[in-house]
Ligand binder design. Structure first.
Ligand SMILES: *Cc1c(COP(=O)(O)O)cnc(C)c1O
Length: 393
């Protein structure tokens, strides 16, 4: 990022950073729909391939539209480098391939995205990389699981669906003391609400599919961090193995970043009001939301996030039947496991996102049959509440 822009606020960075206007004088960022780039001469081609001159070669390596998204997101997260990827999962895979080798060990929070657990347990394990799972909120439990082979700490905070928090500052200290890399999946908060690199994390992961897009249109991801680890090592994995972001997807995401701050503030304000409204409903037995004083980590949420975020979970009476009845009685809310959309979504974790766990594992994770998760969109809150009221006795 240009030095003179370092003091710009998030809102301004999200709109203004990354676009290097072409000679056409376009106002909006162009889509460079090209797989390769031409050189002025054979000598220039040779210099570029040899890495002696900078510039585009091939869109698996770099593309100007993707570059705008990367520069913009790097600025928002306060990182030196950003590498865009085809999905959130390929962002996590590329990071693991860049940081880890055979025999290395990961300590991860237990309640992470289901496919991330599969990546660690089913696939990385085949290459001699093992993973232990710690209780997200208990730093001493993380400490106990770190071994001399541990190279990577992986944390997703707040957790899905119970909005439990991990203390990023404390985990960063633990990582540093043990020569590990702290990776934070910042999908739920986005840089508009939480900047893990400022709190001491080494690498931030995004599924751009969620709030960065914000309107449920495309699948993508990103890795943000320092020049060496991300700009060279993660980039090297990506350039060789190929899960790059397409220019079309990058254009959607970079336009999404322009409204990110505005949207995240609105999602969070809506979620706060919904959480308080739910807590006052007779059929609701418990509400999980970091913005409420009854959340066990309310103070930590205030210390590391600027706002509590857009996800609210709650328990209803009647177990699975009660939850399904409420979900099925809604008319407007979308029954889908996705999140980070302007459209409000409603999910029954026990039979969808967490359905593959055994009943015992779910109980240990605190995912009851009566639990419902809502990712609050940007419809009028009164309409969201009215829709939920249809299913409340
Ligand atoms: C969706 C999600 C991912 C995976 O991202 P994809 O874009 O679906 O590959 C990773 N982490 C979290 C927290 C997610 O919600």
């Amino acid at each position: 990022m240009n030095k003179e822009h370092e003091d710009w606020a998030q809102e301004t960075l999200g709109i203004r950073i990354g676009h290097h206007r072409t000679g056409e004088g376009e106002h909006s960022e162009p889509i460079f729909a090209t797989s390769s780039f031409v050189f002025g001469s054979a000598a220039e081609a040779a210099a570029r391939f040899a890495g002696e001159s900078s510039g585009n070669i091939y869109s698996r390596f770099t593309n100007p539209t993707v570059r705008v998204f990367e520069e913009r997101l790097a600025a928002l997260e306060g990182g030196e480098s950003c590498v865009a990827t085809a999905s959130g999962m390929s962002a996590i895979l590329a990071t693991c391939m860049a940081v880890l080798a055979q025999g290395d060990h990961i300590v991860s929070s237990r309640s992470i995205f289901g496919s991330t657990t599969m990546l660690f347990d089913k696939y990385l394990s085949r290459f001699g990389i093992t993973t232990d799972y710690a209780t997200l909120s208990d730093v001493s439990d993380w400490q106990k699981r770190v071994t001399p082979r541990t190279r990577l700490l992986f944390v997703e905070t707040p957790s899905n669906p119970l909005t439990e928090l991990g203390d990023i500052r404390a985990l960063a200290k633990l990582a540093e003391a043990n020569g590990c890399v702290l990776v934070v999946d910042n999908c739920f908060c986005t840089p508009a609400l939480q900047r893990p690199l400022e709190l001491g994390a080494d690498i931030v992961i995004h599924s751009a599919t969620k709030y960065l897009d914000g309107q449920g249109r495309a699948v993508g991801g990103a890795v943000i961090g320092d020049k060496k680890r991300v700009g060279e090592e993660v980039y090297g994995v990506l350039r060789t193995t190929g899960p790059t972001m397409s220019p079309f997807a990058a254009w959607i995401f970079l336009k999404g970043l322009e409204t990110l701050s505005l949207r995240m503030h609105a999602h969070s304000a809506g979620a706060q009001r919904l959480a308080d409204w739910l807590a006052a409903q007779p059929g609701v037995t418990r509400v999980y939301y970091p913005g409420r004083a009854d959340h066990p980590q309310h103070r930590l949420a205030k210390a590391q996030q600027s706002l509590p975020g857009g996800i609210v979970s709650f328990e209803v009476e009647g177990g699975r039947a009660g939850a399904w009845q409420l979900i099925d009685a809604t008319r407007m809310l979308s029954i889908t496991a996705n999140l980070g959309d302007v459209k409000t979504t409603i999910t029954h974790p026990a039979t969808t996102t967490h359905g593959r766990l055994s009943a015992e594992q779910r109980a240990a994770a605190g995912i009851s049959d009566g639990l419902i998760r809502i990712a609050v969109g940007l419809e009028a809150l009164d309409d969201i509440c009215a829709d939920l009221r249809c299913g409340m006795a």
